[in-house]
Design a protein around this ligand. Sequence first.
Ligand code: AMP
Length: 216
Amino acid sequence: MNLVILGPQGSGKGAQAKLLVKKLGLAYFEPGKIFRQEAEKKTTLGKRVANYMSRGKLVPDPVIRKVLDSFLTKSDLSKGVVFDGIPRNLSQSEDFEKELGKKKIELDRTVLIDISEKESIRRLTARRICPQCGRVYNLLTLPPKKDEKCDDCQSKLISRKDESVEAIKERLKTYREQTLPVVGYYRKKGILLEIDGERPIEVIHQDIMKRLKREK
Ligand code: AMP
């Protein structure tokens, strides 16, 4: 099964993508994480994208094309794949379809995990990440067991650079202006599953699984 997961910032699309990957044994592509890791390591790619990310802007399409191509070439896609956070604008969705077409990959469903802007801001300002192992927490919905420390490696949790209130507002604006048209495109195509993201993670996961089976 080949899936795209979209949703506003803080919708929990990453958490849902990871559950689907585990349950269905799918490959996983998350450009946002690749960019964060590269920026952390200060590689050439990392330096190129860091400035866009910290301002809440999308990185340029040619960069996306390159990382997507590298992923599609290197990965085992025999069981299917989850694309988390791509395509984010209409021009990316064209490139994306072309690239998938070349690899004979057909998209089965696009899953939209939807939450309000108010909820998005509330959740993102509570998000914390472990700088050591990358595990993601949320002080409201998924808190660490002790203080603000990672359950796995006990490092002190931090906020992501692009999660200042200004950057969050900019990311939401980008989502509204550039990504919502992509959602509309998949809705028109008849492959969009619209999921209420303002529920507990496991309830949402069960809902997605049920609807993927029912609406095959
Ligand atoms: P995310 O974790 O998916 O919110 O991604 C974090 C940041 O990475 C975004 O704010 C963008 O700057 C960049 N990014 C991730 N995916 C894309 C994409 N498909 N197109 C452009 N920029 C992206």
